[in-house]
Structures are given as structure tokens and as C-alpha cells.
Design a protein around this ligand. Structure first.
Ligand code: 9WO
Length: 259
């Protein structure tokens, strides 16, 4: 997959994507990341990329022409058609379903705004999709672009070492729930006993059916507690409903998560 980043700070995004799973994907040739700086496509001695907003007010707006020239250069660098994404708080919320769709594309161009944003005419003419990673305001689209790169890259074939680890994560659709989303269960490692608490007995026993049932119960229970918006209880299978009822009962008993 090829991802081009249009940004006044392209090396910032490249640094964010240089470590861990995403860095390894680049080393393996599974991800090609390219940065494009509108400053390099701006005219005049001052190489202006922004100007004052019509109508007045604080902040500056990114100019059409440097961005148009930068996007044209990025598009021309590869013959495959590119899907252009603008990262902004006004975008549709990014979901794992959207990440999965984007991960199937051969090419993305991520447009990162700075200042007060980008001239709306450039967005209307050049951007296919506007996405938000959450309801907060940052100082630019670079960190959201890095988030999107990370989320998309780890879904590409050959990127994760254990092919199963992507499918088991939170926010992967659960076919048994009609494609609904469940949060992950708790995880533990050595030591089994510690001053901060003991590892739940069931995980130490080696009864894999019982462990699977415990993890499923925890996933259902935590989703119900923390993100009830994700859980359509009506769509639960009878077996899942029993597990969730058991979790609730253990909560009622002692006022904290049962194990
Ligand atoms: C800056 C500003 C300055 C003075 C007056 C008003 C102002 N509004 C903004 C502003 O919202 N700037 C944005 C910064 C313009 C687009 C890029 N920036 C950005 C993207 N901030 N936060 C995001 C973002 C993107 C995706 N998901 C969450 C947040």
C-alpha cells in the first residue's frame, strides 16, 4: 500500500510511523510512505501557504494553489488512483469499519491542515472523504493522519506476525453478534501472585473451554459496563445472554467485577 501525506510537517508524520509494527511494515515493503510539503510548491520569495480569512477573525487559512500543486505532484508520482482523505473535527467519525475499507485501497493521500484550516473550495474539488478521529481540536491533522496510518497498516496482509491478533482485538466485528463490536477481555502475565492482586484462577488452570467462556463473559460484561452503546442486547445469542447475566450477577454479589 502507498500512503502520501500532504503536510507542512511531513517528517512529523513519518517519525510517528517509523516505529513498531508500522515501521516494520515499511522495512518489509508492505507500506510505502511519502511526504509532500506544500511549502515546496508555493510561489514567490516568501513561499506563502496561508492567508487571512475573508470575513475577518483570528487565524489563517491554507491557500488553494500550493495545496492544489502539491496534490497534483503526489497524484502524478504513481499511476494508481488515490483516495484523498482530509483529517478534521468536521469529518465523519473514523470507525474500525471505515479503517477496514480504507485498508483495502491501493493508495491513500492524507491531507493535513494547519492554522484555522483549508480553503473550502480546495476541499470540495480535491477531497473524497473528511474524517475525524474524535471530538477534540488539535493544532493540525498530522497526529490524526498518523493514527489512520497505524490503524490501516496493521490490517494489511503480512504486517502482524500473529495473523489472529488483529481478528481478536476490540472493535473487530463479531460474527456471532451479527457484526457487532465487543471490547477486549482483561490480560495477565507473570507473576500469578503479586501484591497488586492475583491472576484469576481460571486462567492458570489450562481448561481452554473454561478460559474461552471466562474471556467471553469479561468481554460482554466490560462492553455492557463501559460502552453500552456498542451492545445491542437484543442481538445477543442465548449463550452470550447467559454469560452477560452471570457477569451482572457476580457484580451484584460483591460490588466489583467477579472472576
Ligand atoms: C484553528 C483556529 C485558530 C483560530 C480560530 C479558529 C480556529 N480553528 C482552528 C482549527 O480548528 N484548526 C484545525 C486544526 C484545522 C484543520 C486541521 N486541524 C485539526 C485537525 N485540528 N484537529 C484536527 C482533527 C482531525 C481529526 N480528528 C480530530 C481532530
Amino acid at each position: 500500500m502507498r500512503i502520501d501525506v500532504v503536510s507542512l510537517f511531513p517528517e512529523f508524520v513519518a517519525t510517528c510511523a517509523g516505529f513498531g509494527v508500522v515501521g516494520r511494515a515499511q522495512e518489509r515493503g508492505l507500506l510505502a510512505l511519502h511526504g509532500w510539503n506544500p511549502r515546496d510548491h508555493a510561489e514567490g520569495n516568501y513561499r506563502r501557504v496561508d492567508d487571512r480569512p475573508f470575513g475577518g477573525g483570528p487565524g489563517m487559512v491554507m491557500l488553494i494553489e500550493p495545496l492544489r500543486a502539491t496534490l497534483a505532484a503526489a497524484r502524478a508520482a504513481d499511476p494508481q488512483p488515490a483516495h484523498v482523505v482530509y483529517l478534521s473535527p468536521q469529518g465523519r467519525p473514523l470507525t474500525q469499519a471505515r479503517v477496514r475499507a480504507l485498508a483495502d485501497l491501493p493508495r491513500l493521500i492524507l491531507l493535513c491542515g494547519r492554522y484555522e484550516g483549508v480553503d473550502e473550495r480546495l476541499l470540495a474539488a480535491e477531497v473524497d472523504e473528511e474524517l475525524s478521529i474524535g471530538d477534540y481540536v488539535l493544532s493540525g491533522g498530522e497526529l490524526p493522519a498518523a493514527v489512520l496510518i497505524d490503524a490501516v497498516t496493521r490490517l494489511r496482509d503480512g504486517v502482524l506476525n500473529d495473523a489472529d491478533s488483529a481478528a481478536q482485538d476490540s472493535f473487530e466485528p463479531d460474527p456471532a453478534l451479527g457484526g457487532a463490536l465487543l471490547l477486549d477481555c482483561p490480560h495477565y502475565t507473570r507473576p500469578p501472585q503479586h501484591a497488586l492482586g492475583d491472576v484469576p484462577e481460571v486462567l492458570l488452570g489450562g481448561n481452554h473451554a473454561e478460559i474461552a467462556r471466562w474471556r467471553r463473559t469479561q468481554a460482554l460484561g466490560r462492553t455492557w459496563e463501559r460502552r453500552p452503546d456498542l451492545l445491542d442486547e437484543a442481538a445477543l445469542s442465548p449463550a452470550d445472554r447467559r454469560l452477560l447475566d452471570a457477569y451482572r450477577a457476580s457484580r451484584d454479589d460483591d460490588g466489583r467485577a467477579g472472576d
